[in-house]
Design a protein around this ligand. Sequence first.
Ligand code: WTA
Length: 664
Amino acid sequence: MAAAHGGQIDTVMHEERRFAPPAEFAQQARIKSLDEYQALWDQAAADPPKFWADLAKEELHWFQPFNEALVWKEPFAQWFVGGKTNVSYNCLDRNLAAGLGDRTAILWEGEPGDTRKLTYAELHQEVCKFANVLKQLGIQTGDRVSIYMPMVPELAIAMLACARIGAIHSVIFAGFSAEAIAERNRDAAAKLQITADFGWRRGKALALKDTVDEALAKSPTVEKCIVFQRGTGKASGTGSGANVPQAKMQPGRDFWWHELMKEASAECPATPLDSETPLYILYTSGSTGKPKGIKHTTAGYNLYVKKTFQWVFDHREDDIFWCTADIGWVTGHSYVVYGPLSAGATVLMYEGAPNYPDEARFWQLIEKYKVTIFYTAPTAIRAFIKWGDQHVKKHDLSSLRLLGTVGEGINPEAWMWYHRTVGQERCPIVDTWWQTETGGIMMSPLPGAIATKPGSCTKPLPGIIPAIVDPDGEPVGTHQGGWLIMTHPWPGMLRGIWGDDGRFKEVYWTRVPGKYLAGDNARCDDDGYYWIMGRIDDVLNVSGHRLSTIEIESALVSHPDVAEAAAVGRPDDLKGEAVAVFVTLKRGVPNDAMREELKKHVRHEIGALAQPDDIRFTNALPKTRSGKIMRRLLRDIAAGKETSGDTTTLEDFTVLAKLRHNEE
Ligand code: WTA
């Protein structure tokens, strides 16, 4: 367990508060009571493949029915074998067939205040046209398409168009650097890049195409690039429109989105695809320097995100659902795009920052669009608390009926603030635990059925069977911390790491043989509620984003002046964890200019999200006699704590003393 999470665990260990589902909410909910939840969970646990197969028949369109629910050749799962379906069909055509063509699919607002609205019929048309554009550029089933875009509807359109023809998308969060894009493009052997000229963030137009140009110089497999013209947004909003970046178009390689779309036909039937056709690759950090390309496939993922969306968010026809995550992360894939759209929901999509033009932007959006379900991250909630209640209170939030969180544990006091100030003590809160690897939500309260306790993600969803075990794989007792595992396959599970079966087996299936190792510590209380206690490996959680310490270290060491580097997390009130690094230099002067230079270097290598918060210079790093960096010690030093535990294996005690006194 990371020391950085210690504070949070201490507080949640003693949490006694309990909030029953409001009676009125429960009465109208899809799942209305604990008994109803328990009955469903028991039924699923008795025969998970049958449970999922029955749902799959109802919830997805089948061009050809499947003949086997699950083929499990540990650790490789195949769900709904023999069947043919299509995720884009399930999100669009199936809704049109159900008469929902005029329903709003996407409500969009750009940061400058420009707005758009797409009905299911309009979204369908755009997706069909763009799928034809993809085909025309030579993209076929199985080809990889890299997407680096701001939060505009065209990002969802591009993903759904790939899904329509069976091309595999790899969406890269638009805050990553050119190096990070190129690394992912090479790993996936992407054939096509899709981007925009720029995107708005906190009043600035970020030149995405320039970053892509730099990435494409190092992405030899990418043949063509489609560029969406973002537009200034000035017609209806606050953007100045002046000095926006101009994309430099390379003839023969680069094409404007709008020009290709002008010619494209709106006729494009969805390709019937085998259930296990890969849908997407999404890169996430692991405990080595190389990001893992998490692979999700068609039918199982689609079913899982649809059902979990309906269960957890208790979706109703008239809901306006707002998940604030960027589509560049798994939360956006599953709960901005695929889950809500396959359920025929109306989603709000917002391009920019929560504090632009001021700190009330989110509350203003909730009031304006009458958002009923609001799903955000604890790091955002901590920022709202810091900015002050006055911003929230200025706006009418009476449309809200349900709140959610994801990405990291929520501190009980932040939970209480969310409950009182945003939810006005009326809205249940769903604290949803899941991962890029799990595809969708695994543990969460069902808001009409399960009483909440601040800081706990409560219980597993139907069909999900977790356990907490010790390093020998033996179950631990109630209240005892241990490794969180999943004992049975589920349809939304990752199908592998792109191009690396060995790493897939080793990371998830070896330490507890044959069981899925989530990589988190957890404990269970007397009511069977789960409490997540932080990672078991060297993965950091900075503002809800996963970062590998080794990835940051590798970035630092790639700087010509750096000899050695160690990165650790330290507790931070806003970000959850901040990045603290210890650096030994081979030349150059250990001063503030060097600190800035190294921060810039990490931004360039990975992206702004990985930029170190603290940089300390040292003559040597504390190591064991076998040469391993003593991270526990560094974490304590970074947190400003007295060093604890056994230090007798330290190679050089003077290193420790110096670091503690922050000598350079
Ligand atoms: C952490 C995000 C506590 C956890 C969907 C997990 C959480 C990692 C929660 C996955 C939560 C996510 N409570 N911790 N409700 N949700 N985490 O892949 O450590 O970006 O393993 O997926 O975030 O992060 P990822």
